[in-house]
Design a protein around this ligand. Structure first.
Ligand code: NAD
Length: 299
């Protein structure tokens, strides 16, 4: 298939690479030139602009930081036209970014007015999952578009869920990430408590993994440096899933709760912790660096 891929960051780059490896013809674009060059070296074609990148594409995939970027790309900003205004054919749009369900529905409705299908398809699984091609896709949109997208998504992911109509993919993803934020901060808290009381963090981690405290943050994304080889914590929290993106997702959960009159006390606590951590200058570190908030003054 002819696929256009826009947004080659921590997640987008390995996802686009897997599409190339699966034999698709992939044209890429990012605002960062070095990101395009990295993908060219993997066998992708260069798009000089977003408009040039999508020319002739059957499928357009975007993987951008937040809703403002996604709306800017498809709908335009500051009076500039968006991709929806310049498309010649009727490609399938798949946005894999994590954005608000309302933003996803807004883009979906604008696409539908032009007879174009849009899927919100946020992912779970982190950079490791993106590299290994085993992401979970959580898709919102109509069934025909979902069926068309499936083989493309299978080149990048293992579990492909149809969550419901447009926006449902984002609702499910936001619920998942609110839980992840709670689990990561809780895990960091428990590890800091144990270490303050004489435990070796690796020994404590192993015990909790085999006990009722085991969870994804502890088991596969351990936030304590040196406990797990290859973890973000073991490379000074560089790369991975940024604190600012987790703070964004917890903000999305908070907005969703306000809009539906839901009570999310644990999610609010996690949102405040990650917002504080970001305000202290850690926004560009992996989110597991929340561990350092609990270790302040230890060293
Ligand atoms: P990132 O910041 O590493 O990458 C975003 C990329 O988009 C950057 O390369 C940036 O230059 C590019 N970009 C921004 N605006 C653009 C535009 N208008 N045109 C072209 N390129 C543009 O972010 P990421 O970690 O890859 O995350 C992307 C999305 O996936 C976010 O919504 C995030 O919440 C979600 N997500 C991330 C992870 C993770 O572990 N990193 C996991 C699941 C979901």
């Amino acid at each position: 298939m002819n696929i256009a891929f826009i947004g080659l960051g921590n997640m987008g780059a390995p996802m686009a690479t897997n599409l190339v490896k699966a034999g698709h013809s992939v044209t890429v674009f990012d605002l960062v030139e070095s990101a395009i060059q990295t993908l060219e070296a993997e066998g992708a074609k260069r798009g000089e602009s977003a408009e040039a990148c999508v020319r002739g594409a059957e499928v357009i995939i975007s993987m951008l930081p937040a809703g403002a970027h996604v709306k800017g790309l498809y709908l335009g900003r500051n009076g500039e036209p968006g991709l929806l205004d310049t498309l010649d054919g009727k490609p399938l749009l798949i946005d894999a970014s994590t954005i608000s369900p309302d933003d996803a529905r807004t883009v979906a409705a604008a696409a539908a007015e032009r007879g174009i299908s849009y899927l919100d398809a946020p992912v779970s699984g982190g950079v490791g999952g993106a590299k290994a091609g085993i992401l979970t896709f959580i898709v919102g949109g109509d069934s025909a578009a979902f069926d068309k997208a499936r083989p493309v998504l299978e080149a990048m992911g293992k579990n492909i869920f149809h969550a419901g109509d447009n926006g449902a993919g984002q609702v499910a993803k936001i619920c998942n990430n609110m839980l992840l934020g709670i689990l990561m901060s809780g895990t960091a808290e428990a590890l800091a408590l144990g270490v303050k009381n004489g435990m070796d963090p690796a020994v404590l981690s192993e015990i909790m993994k085999q006990s009722s405290g085991g969870n994804w943050a502890l088991n596969v994304y351990n936030p304590w440096p040196g406990v797990m080889e290859g973890s973000a914590a073991s490379r000074d929290y560089q790369g991975g899933f940024l604190t600012d993106l987790m703070a964004k997702d917890l903000g999305l959960a908070w907005e969703l709760a306000l809009g539906s009159k839901s009570s999310v006390p644990m999610g609010s606590q996690a949102r405040n912790l990650f917002a504080l951590h970001s305000a202290q200058g850690n926004g560009a570190l992996d989110f597991s660096s929340i561990q350092t908030l609990y270790r302040a003054g230890d060293e």
